[in-house]
Design a protein around this ligand. Structure first.
Ligand code: PLP
Length: 394
């Protein structure tokens, strides 16, 4: 058996829809992108949705539309995919890392106020809804309002993640999503920025399209379409193609199947792994709905990890890696959850960081393990993963 870390859910609908832009000639953002955006707004209850070429470009657009610039600072969790921090760097602003809560893998909101209160150059917070679990947005929004900070939610993994009936990405000023193949719904590459703010929405739609005051689709639908519009901003080309838009529409049409399937596998893992002292399964606070973009456990080898030290993390890391290798030998793909960005060469060298500067992020990097999840996972495949996990832990 060969078990990948995840699998996209593409069928005949996607194949048929993708051909249509080729036939009509609307290859760049056009009718399918519009439809995808409308469906996304309806699902998340966001007033505006803007499709982009990726989540990274959506994050850049979000920050730039909020006028984050050189001299400003933005708080980012130290355990996230590197793109969250890179997007801040694109604007010239500085990244200020904040450690995470190892239970949720998300930014530790109790550490935020100490970072914010004495630093006037901090202008925004970027909570990340890692692996499909929302960060503590109610508390983060209270702090943001108290200190008048902008909030850009990195919801790359947060499609169908909720707190008390509110979708991720709708708490702050903007929310950004990814449709990379590791994410729950997929358009190849692709992203979406959502906002309820009228002014930000206008800026984002222009910035993603070279700064044009009118999109091609609008221009072609109106009289006088032979003349180019004014370009009132220095923009980018961060548009999504209509071929990707077609994929997005099809994926939205099957989102229940995809998400129910992912949640079923996650719940089966919860049941099958809860008795194993070597692994801590994902924690879900009450009122939160986890999307399980990834099912990420912490490898403890049965040890008490309530007072972790760097030495204990490093020792357990060796064992975690052996555990992952054993599964790889059985053709079962696993991954570390994501990385501690302060330990990556660029950020480490720039700031002279030590691994233990953000100890929980370091622990998450060294001890996390993502297990395979995909909606079409068969019972035999699931059972094969579980029996090999048990064997590898002996
Ligand atoms: C937390 C997080 N932020 C940002 C990104 C970047 O998304 P994209 O690949 O769509 O640019 C990812 C992708 O893995 C991610 O996991």
């Amino acid at each position: 058996m060969n078990i990948p870390i995840t699998k996209t859910v593409f069928g005949d609908e996607e194949k048929e829809a993708m051909v249509k832009p080729l036939e009509t000639g609307w290859i760049v953002q056009g009718p399918y992108v519009s439809e995808f955006q409308e469906m996304f707004s309806e699902f998340t209850s966001a007033k505006y949705s803007h499709a982009t070429s990726s989540c990274t470009t959506a994050l850049h657009l979000g920050l730039e539309s909020m006028e984050i610039k050189k001299g400003d600072k933005v708080i980012v969790p130290s355990f996230t995919y590197v793109a969250s921090a890179n997007a801040v760097e694109y604007t010239g602003a500085e990244v200020v890392f904040c450690d995470i809560n190892l239970k949720t893998f998300n930014i530790d909101e109790t550490k935020l106020e100490d970072l914010i209160k004495n630093d006037l150059s901090i202008k925004a917070i970027m909570p990340v809804h890692l692996f499909g679990l929302c960060a503590n947005m109610p508390d983060i929004m209270k702090l943001a309002n108290k200190y008048n900070l902008k909030v850009i939610e990195d919801s790359a993994c947060g499609f169908d993640s909720w707190i008390d009936g509110k979708h991720s990405g709708t708490f702050g000023d903007v929310g950004c999503f990814s449709f990379h193949p590791r994410k729950s719904i997929c358009t190849g590459e692709g992203g979406m920025l959502i906002t309820n703010d009228d002014n930000l929405a206008i800026k984002v739609s222009q910035l993603k399209d070279h700064g044009a005051s009118k999109s091609d689709l609008q221009r072609h639908r109106e009289k006088g379409g032979s003349l180019l519009p004014d370009f009132t901003m220095r923009g980018y080309n961060y548009r999504m193609t209509d071929i990707q838009g077609a994929l997005g529409v099809c994926q939205m049409n099957k989102k229940e199947y995809i998400m129910d399937g992912r949640r079923k596998v996650a719940s089966n893992y919860d049941d099958a792994l809860s008795m194993l002292p070597q692994l801590i399964t994902p924690f879900v606070p009450s009122q939160y709905i986890h999307a399980y973009q990834s099912y990420v456990c912490i490898f403890t080898d049965g040890e008490d990890i309530s007072n972790l030290t760097k030495e204990q993390i490093d020792k357990l890391n060796i064992k975690r890696n052996i555990f992952m290798e054993k599964l790889e030998e059985k053709n079962i793909a696993t991954r570390q959850g994501t990385h501690a960005v302060h330990t990556l060469g660029y950020y480490k060298d720039k700031n002279n960081f030590k691994d233990e500067d953000f100890l929980n992020a370091y622990a998450a990097d060294r001890l996390s393990i993502t297990l395979p999840v995909y909606p079409d996972m068969k019972k035999e495949e699931f059972d094969y993963v579980i029996s090999n996990i048990k064997e590898a832990l002996i």
